[in-house]
Design a protein around this ligand. Structure first.
Ligand SMILES: Cc1cc2nc3c(=O)[nH]c(=O)nc-3n(C[C@H](O)[C@H](O)[C@H](O)COP(=O)(O)OP(=O)(O)OC[C@H]3O[C@@H](n4cnc5c(N)ncnc54)[C@H](O)[C@@H]3O)c2cc1C
Length: 442
């Protein structure tokens, strides 16, 4: 089949790779001048199946209020008259029960683990390098209360068979020797040795080059404006480079996916949650982290990427506003200089922000849509780098009518699809009940 993949960040490019491997003729359309120039550009660099959790969980609404009021707050909410924001927040709240959390997590962990395994396989087959390291991640607790509260997380890790180590301060310093310069500032940590790290942008750029060697065509500076539909099929795309058509279409536009899909009557609950990062040049390698240290207090990830440290965090719910708020730099700088005071010059760091394409329940949306030749691969939220290779492979399998290697029933649009309204013997013809969780397809 000829397949048009829309979007060339980490999800679009991994999708293109696996589609090409499956024998399809692939063209990637991207409005920017190259791959990985939006959210996949400077994320925190964690490949972290161990931390694959939905944000919506029991206790989160209360914690969110606390976070909003904190100094160096990890969360910011800029309310707008935006029905999509309100709807997304309400849906997220509804997912904050223990039962929903368990279901959502059980959909995310297998995908993240599968994805990490796919990434390892890809690395072995192609030799792709991207400042990668396989040295685990360390969640660092500054207070005893945080350390005492890890029971629920550990139960989940046990349930999914994810290896972990609970460490005291000495153990943390053995895993991350440069933490000795911050001794006394933390009481312990939870280490996930199976996690990995790497530069998502470098990976995407290099994989795009490998895709091109295999015959995938990239059309950069091409903005997709409209999906054209006839009956139950997409017949073409109206783009800034003219009308383009194919046998099948994959929407991998991150936070911008809902706009395009809405044109053909498909409503997906994906909303942007802005995050920020700093990239700090290392001046003293011995004083820098060896892998990822997750500063639990501020919800900030500090990752070693070659000769740089990437510091990522903050969840700002502010719509599609991509302005760099200078006040958001402060918590990132504080965290990295507090834990790794001699590693680099944080004042010379480059500052960046991106929009995480978040679903309200956590798992992404991968697979077919009610329109027969239209597919989605989006909504990866905080874990798009972690889940990219698995998601790309699954999409290619589904499009090629092959059975994916893991159960994907909880990852498709089906989970938001219209349920039959329950009928209560109406006295007169009633309008069907509107289920707020439903996918509206037309
Ligand atoms: C601060 C921060 C830290 C993060 N840390 C991590 C981490 O440590 N680990 C992890 O796994 N994940 C992390 N993430 C999440 C991860 O970066 C995202 O989930 C991932 O980058 C999403 O990739 P994507 O390809 O779906 O979307 P994007 O990267 O946003 O790509 C969408 C692409 O579509 C293109 N596009 C949009 N509209 C159009 C159009 N109309 N026509 C043509 N092209 C269009 C865009 O230009 C862009 O290239 C982090 C995110 C942030 C913000």
């Amino acid at each position: 089949m000829k397949v048009l993949v829309l979007g060339s960040c980490v999800i679009g490019v991994t999708t293109a790779w696996y589609l090409a491997e499956a024998g399809h003729e692939v063209v990637v359309l991207e409005r920017r001048g190259g791959p990985a120039l939006e959210t996949s550009f400077a994320n925190a660099g964690e490949i972290s199946p161990g931390y694959s959790s939905p944000w919506a969980g029991p206790g989160v609404p209360l914690k969110a209020v606390k976070w909003l009021l904190m100094r160096h707050a990890p969360l910011a909410l800029r309310p707008k008259l935006d029905p999509a924001m309100l709807e997304w927040l309400l849906r997220m709240l509804r997912n904050c029960t223990a039962a929903r959390y368990a279901v959502n997590k059980s959909r995310m962990v297998p995908l993240a683990e599968y994805s990490r395994d796919m990434l390892r396989q890809l690395r072995a087959e192609t030799g792709i390098s991207y400042d990668e390291r396989s040295r685990g991640t360390l969640q660092l607790f500054r207070t005893q209360k945080q350390l005492d509260g890890i029971g629920a997380d550990i139960a989940v890790l046990d349930e999914f068979g994810v290896p972990y180590e609970v460490l005291g301060p000495e153990g943390c310093m053995a895993a991350e020797p440069a933490l000795k310069y911050a001794a006394g500032k933390f009481v312990g940590g939870l280490r996930l040795p199976g996690d990995e790290t790497g530069d998502c942008q470098m990976f995407t750029e290099r994989l795009a080059a490998m895709c091109a060697e295999r015959g995938v065509r990239f059309r950069f500076d091409t903005e997709v404006w409209r999906l054209c539909k006839e009956g139950s099929r997409v017949t073409g795309l109206l783009t800034s480079s003219g009308v383009l058509s194919a046998d099948a279409y994959v929407v991998a536009l991150g936070s911008y996916s809902p706009m395009l899909l809405r044109q053909v009557g498909i409503k997906i609950p994906v909303y942007p949650v802005k995050g920020y990062s700093l990239t700090v040049p290392i001046t003293n390698a011995d004083a820098a982290p060896v892998s990822t240290v997750m500063d639990e207090t501020y919800k900030i990830a500090i990752t070693r990427l070659g000769e740089r440290i990437r510091v990522g965090g903050t969840a700002e719910i502010a719509g599609y506003d991509l302005r760099l708020d200078p006040s958001r730099r402060v918590p990132l700088e504080h965290s990295v200089t507090d834990l790794f005071p001699f590693a680099g010059a944080a004042t010379q760091a480059s500052f960046w922000c991106g929009l995480r394409p978040m679903t309200p329940d956590g798992p992404p949306l991968i697979g077919p849509t009610p329109i027969v030749n239209l597919y989605v691969n989006t909504g990866h939220g905080t874990l798009g780098w972690t889940m990219a290779c698995g998601s790309g492979r699954i999409l290619a399998d589904l499009l090629s009518q092959r059975e994916p290697e893991i159960d994907v029933s909880g990852l498709t649009l089906g989970r938001f699809q219209k349920k039959e309204p329950r009928r209560k013997a109406p006295r007169r013809a009633a309008k069907p009940e509107k289920n707020p969780e439903e996918l509206q397809a037309g």
